[in-house]
Design a binder for this molecule. Structure first.
Ligand SMILES: [Zn+2]
Ligand SMILES: [Zn+2]
Length: 379
């Protein structure tokens, strides 16, 4: 492979501007990087945080988003550690980590000491360099979550790469590396509900659906899906929700928390997951817990205070955890989820739709209106 290499990517020029397919140049492949030709990339809400400038000044623009890539290895850096990787291998991409801090050494990658800097700055860590530039010579942020997968070809950090044993299903597996493992990992790696327990899921976008499908793959007593989009709730019922609650339902005077209590014989939910990051929804998540219950915040909230009755929380021996990327070690967890899918227990094909890269804006608008849960772009 010859460098510099000319290709194209969906570049965000300044915060608030659209993703625009733009010629870029990859200057070099570092020894710990893998060159991946993308076939697909899922679109995740965290990509909009980059596009809209909502990452608190972490990003220098222009920059390339995308962190649910799937494609083929086209070149390997000279010091890539994983000797099982070969040019031509189909791979799925997940987040990256430093590899040297104590959590990383224990494969607890989502707890990496420098997680926000290494994943959310769209630069290499720690030298803050970029792999790509525009035709006019300006640097373009690459390495978003170590990969910047909204590109036809990308220099990817080695720790992002997970081999995909089923290349024919690469399109539907692309979001394994973020959205799907985030929701499923919260249930399977952190909450681990038992057969007599109840799981309430606030917000059924792709993370909420992944949590729902993972819970439905287990023996659990009931699964309550809460969302304002009726279409999503009927799909949630199809995929295993035993109860659905639409907070904008005008036919009842009961609050969402009262309806969850009603659905659980007055106890409340043993587990509640918030995928929305909306402060008022997070309060409902904490209020709806049964004694001994655990709330898991998965959606990224704004930096604000919320109200919690700590006395009631303490006396109920309740817990509140935050979970990033489902606490997943992607090289093990993604193949586990793929196995579940192949057993028919994690039917991701029911929630995704593939769009050509030229239809990026349509994919985004159908995601925002709830017509499609997980859009995937095809290069
Ligand atoms: Zn994501
Ligand atoms: Zn680390």
């Amino acid at each position: 492979m010859q460098f510099p290499l000319e290709t194209e990517a969906l570049v965000v020029e300044t915060p608030g501007e659209e993703f625009k397919l733009t010629p870029i140049i990859i200057e070099e492949l570092r020894p710990d990087e893998v060159l991946v030709e993308m076939s697909y990339s899922g679109i995740c809400h965290t990509d909009f945080l980059l596009q809209k400038g909502l990452l608190g000044g972490l990003i220098e623009y222009p920059a390339i988003a995308g962190h649910e890539g799937a494609g083929y290895i086209r070149a390997l850096g000279a010091e890539v550690q994983d000797k099982s990787l070969n040019v031509g291998d189909p791979v799925l991409l997940s987040f990256t980590c430093c590899g040297t801090c104590e959590p990383c050494k224990e494969n607890r990658r989502s707890r990496c000491d420098v997680f926000p800097f290494i994943n959310l700055t769209a630069r290499r860590w720690p030298d803050k360099s970029s792999a790509t530039k525009l035709a006019d010579g300006r640097a373009v942020g690459s390495h978003y979550f170590g990969q910047s997968s909204f590109a036809r070809v990308s220099a990817v950090q080695e720790r992002c790469v997970v081999k995909c044993a089923y290349p024919d299903d690469m399109a539907i597996y692309a979001p394994m590396g973020c959205g799907y493992q985030t929701g499923a990992g919260t249930v399977l790696n952190i909450l681990k509900p038992r057969p007599y327990q109840t799981v309430a899921i606030f917000g059924v976008g792709s993370v909420g659906f992944a949590a729902l499908m993972a819970a439905a793959a287990l023996p659990v007593k009931s699964i309550i899906a809460i969302d304002v989009v009726e279409r999503k709730l009927s799909l949630a019922k199809d995929l295993g929700a035993t109860h659905t609650i639409n907070p904008s339902d005008a036919e009842t005077q009961l609050s969402v928390v009262e309806r969850i209590k009603e659905a659980t014989g007055g106890r409340g939910a043993d587990f509640a997951i918030d995928t929305t990051g909306i402060p008022s929804v997070m309060e409902q998540m904490l209020d709806c817990l049964a004694p001994g219950g655990t709330a898991a915040s998965v959606g990224v909230p704004p930096p604000v205070d919320i109200s919690v009755n700590v006395g009631a929380f303490f006396l109920g021996t309740k817990n509140w955890v935050t979970v990033t990327e489902g606490d997943s070690y992607a090289p093990d967890f993604i193949p586990q989820l793929i196995d579940l899918h192949r057993q028919g227990k994690f039917p991701v094909e029911r929630i995704c739709k593939v769009y050509p890269v030229a239809e990026m804006e349509q994919a985004i608008s159908e995601m925002e209106s709830g017509v499609v849960i997980k859009p995937i772009i095809q290069f």
